[in-house]
Design a protein around this ligand. Sequence first.
Ligand SMILES: Cc1cc2nc3c(=O)[nH]c(=O)nc-3n(C[C@H](O)[C@H](O)[C@H](O)COP(=O)(O)OP(=O)(O)OC[C@H]3O[C@@H](n4cnc5c(N)ncnc54)[C@H](O)[C@@H]3O)c2cc1C
Ligand code: FES
Length: 1252
Amino acid sequence: ERLAKAHGSQCGFCTPGFVMSMYALLRSSKHPPTEEQIEDSLAGNLCRCTGYRPIIDAFRVFAKTDDSLYTASPSENANGQAICPSTGKPCSCRNETDVNANESSTLSSVKVYLPCSYNEIDGNSYSEKELIFPPELQLRKFMPLKLNGFNGIRWYRPLKLEQLLYLRSCYPDAKLIIGNSEVGVETKFKNAQYKVMISVTHVPELHTLKVEEHGLHIGSAVRLAQLQKFLKNVIAERGSHETSSCHAILRQLKWFAGTQIRNVASVGGNICTASPISDLNPLWMATGANFQIIDVNNNVRTTAAKDFFLGYRKVDLKADEILLSVILPWTRPYEYVKEFKQAHRREDDIALVNAGMRMHITEAEGNWIVSDVSIVYGGVAVVPLTAAKTEKFLVGKKLDDGLLDETFNLLKEDIPLAENAPGGMVEFRSSLTLSFFFKFFLYVTHEMNIKGLRKVGLDAANMSAIQSYTRPVSIGTQGYESVGQGTAVGQPMVHMSAMLQVTGEAEYVDDTPTPPNNLHAALVLSKKAHARILSIDDSVAKCSPGFAGVFLSKDVPGSNHIGPIIHDEEVFASDVVTCVGQIIGIVVADTHDNAKAAANKVNIEYSELPAILSISEAVKAGSFHPNTTRCLSNGDVEQCFASNTCDKIIEGEIRVGGQEHFYMEPQCTFVWPVDSGNEIHMISSTQAPQKHQKYVANALGLPLSKVVCKTKRIGGGFGGKETRSAIFAAAASVASYCLRRPVKIVLDRDVDMITTGQRHSFLGKYKLGFTNDGKIQALDLEIYNNGGNSLDLSLAVLERAVFHSENVYAIPNIRVSGKVCFTNFPSNTAFRGFGGPQGMLIAENWIHHMATELKRSPEEIKELNFQSEGTELYYGQLLKNCTMHSVWDELKASCNILEARKAVNVFNSENRWRKRGIAMVPTKFGISFTAKFMNQAGALVQVYTDGTVLVTHGGVEMGQGLHTKIAQVAASSLDIPLSCVFISETSTDKVPNASPTAASASSDLYGAAVLDACQQIKARMEPIASRGNHKSFAELAQACYMERVDLSAHGFYITPDIGFDWIAGKGSPFNYFTYGAAFAEVEIDTLTGDFHTRTADIVMDLGYSINPAIDIGQIEGAFIQGLGWAAMEELKWGDDNHKWIRPGYLFTCGPGSYKIPSVNDIPLNFKVSLLKGVPNPRAIHSSKAVGEPPFFLASAILFAIKDAIAAARAEEGHLDWFPLDNPATPERIRMACVDSITKKFASVYYRPKLSV
Ligand SMILES: Cc1cc2nc3c(=O)[nH]c(=O)nc-3n(C[C@H](O)[C@H](O)[C@H](O)COP(=O)(O)OP(=O)(O)OC[C@H]3O[C@@H](n4cnc5c(N)ncnc54)[C@H](O)[C@@H]3O)c2cc1C
Ligand code: FES
């Protein structure tokens, strides 16, 4: 309930998972958890909609221990801010104030909410109503188990070691299972099959956790979470010199997976998996741990951890042996152990490189020398690698700075990485190996200083290399003005489905009950990037269990040619495949697993053709989609460059990476024939039911009137379900229609990511001329986007990028030309922002480049060149009601940019290896579909005699709160409470010909259409209402019914005064613009590339928001999704840059390798506020569109990172401009922070490889 009310559920698909994680934490802790524990416990859950802030805020209520603290009145600090009696932090315990209505306003009431903060939640309203663990289960005695599964699988659960050893002797090939976190992945995703499995979770001897004279005895089945707890106690009880290893393991466990995995995963499971990137194995080796191994005859032998790992996932265990326990020795006085790990994402990610290092210092002839050292790296070879030459060199040496250079050279020899080593990032990973050692060296030096073993201490600046990252709890504040209009509009209403979502009762496509004759579908996909299909053999598939049918291009009853704009795609590839993952056929069977198994048995022979695998290859080969060149200009660029108007001319190139949508609910459709195929109906997870209707009708040769698509809600879309979802509906409908049976298709995550296309990657090449006083004179820009193997929406994406290429800057002479590249990748598609962010990112790059050239702050240069009210944009549209300056000024005041700059400069001067950076980024986002005909909307409003109202409109609810806002519009219009309005679903048979729910414009379009319908009904009711003899709306509705008044109306809306002529290159493509600006402050670790966002401060103009809570949710969610795009999420394709991936394949095709932001990536201080008193005259109830505009603002983080990197480069004397492609991942950050380490592997201007 708290989660729903705190607006912590948008699409709701992730919500039950968060609820269960919170519940698990509460159930398993004796005391109320701390706020840190709450954030930690959620780190294994992902949400793509909310940006996490409202989820954390909702759950903070459980961290409260003393409700009386919250009933006390707040005190004030020196600034007059209220101070919470509980936390001692500023808060808004007194946050709600009513103010009088603005007299000039036509609105009925104006309610102002001051910024609210997390501690406003009232802990009193929560009582403990815990379900107890069923006593009969608690009392139940454990029994040894033997279970038989499908296909002869056997599962044993012994309770004693002797039983386990006996089973092992009977089944030497049996798989032992503890947490199943590794074996589960092998069986589910890698087709591994184990006939006999032995769960060793209940064998007491494997659960030993003992403190012994020489160290710790840790049973192999001990869970990692148990080990964490145990180590904490040991550290508290033992002398610090004994527990350096314990500290290192404990710190490493903090970054090992997430809480859910640590709760089940075991020590032995991690060791015996022998993964090259295991986080613990390098540490066991470095600490000198020993492994005890027992055989089936009860013989125990001991082997050193460093001798245990023999090869790729191969360990020193014979078939009749198992790992019994680990013996971890105490450290000695002056012996230091340290752990290292760098991953894409700090939390819940596997290492790119990790390490364990140990050094023992002893005194010899008055000197402190290295007597013993161990340096082991993970992630650099098939087994953890010991730096043997380095170790040998260091022994006997005195620890001083002179050692470093030689050590680095030896490490380079010890840890060689071939140019095409699996995993890539060779320069980065090599740099990390040295960086880790450098940190270790400083750490030991510092420890020696503390002990007084060295005369000279570690200087303050170098201390920054060894401070570990600790994350305080994050704080969010939201400021908005609530302008009430009628009964509902303007109020921060809770998402109408939220209560169903938090209880897990909300239904998605896959929850739809299926009839008994239902079939499940799996796709037959291309395995080649470009090839001719020579033959397709489905004979083996046909004999597969549960098989019901296989359908190929020849089986399509209607047309096999489809596409959202031009029909350049096929439902099933007929002759040639143009990407890996292209659909060649569909197999249906009785279960999802059987369908997948049968689909895998369809054998296809290909003859390979040359493939184009990047924008640059496409440009070189002239490989563009037909008729996709776009060029807009104003002024005379050539003349300006040739004249002496420009004091300086700069040129540059920026690459913008793609982004996976990663909606939580994968693509799915359930389709069934009606009247033996005379009609086809479907329920789909899509943003465009009308496109599903069209694709299916087209593929089956049916009229549109006989095909119905319904969508109740979808678990996220973000553009990925605008066009790409329809092809799966078409494919499934062929099977359903031909067999006259219902068919459900739900894509696995990897299939979804491989087949559905992503945000377009872009390449931008610019030439910019400007004056010495900072005025832009001319811009010549070429942009290319990677369209993939079909046109889809790529041209419209390019066009939006072209329109947004000036961002908010006035440029007297400008030419922007663009082309859509044809490449052999799955067709790229719409994604929040639709090309706008890419165009603006390129713009922010050239303006930052210009500021560097002029040695002035980017903020200053930006301001100097701002467009303003009345500016004619280069494509002819006039700026009206421009609020850019107000937004910018409010942000500047809020973030106190000058003070922030001073503080950052001070920090940077005191810290050599950690740097902070800041940036402010503006945005102006055009609202409307750029295709004029799409800016139309229909709605159906039905009033029933009990006074309730059913609204149906063409828009889809995908978490963005569209239905809630539309219902608010209807409620205010009819002057009834919101609870009387219901929106059930979107359906093509209720509202026809709807545009996709996209372009941020759905509230504007459907709100206006619904308002139109309500007004029609109100007009019809008016004669009866004017009699004044009804007490309620229900009575009025009943009276109208008795008088035979039509209580149902169809509403319609078109956006006025828009249109663009591409031939003339002029027009007004947008109805209006949404403005915003963001400030970010980040801190980076220059030695590893790790970063975190300290502050994000966002100001946006959303007019009079229809629902400020939902709009703020959109801003926060878009910003965090944008953070993923700008700094975390990298798609790695098999291309020329990534030769270790098969050509055309997507390596990052699941959450294991593709990292979206998690709860611990959000800014520590996350402020969002809406500009006040700015009604928008161009949209419903003076509101503004919000879905896409905030996304780009997250680039403030990228530019703040760049600012921090610039400070690091300055330390090495590099003050000039340097390129930083997006995303600014740890790899790009580390390699840009040039120092003596990176210079050993790459040049000063090295740009890490990127698939674009
Ligand atoms: C989401 C996710 C995140 C992860 N993150 C990380 C991470 O950050 N760092 C990291 O290092 N790993 C990570 N892993 C990998 C994995 O979780 C760990 O390796 C874990 O410790 C395995 O333990 P388990 O008990 O689940 O193993 P299981 O899957 O139960 O077993 C793994 C293997 O060990 C063998 N085995 C188990 N016990 C014995 C024994 N006593 N004797 C002989 N063989 C035995 C099994 O037969 C099996 O082959 C992650 C995995 C997932 C799914
Ligand atoms: S609400 Fe979390 S994924 Fe949609």
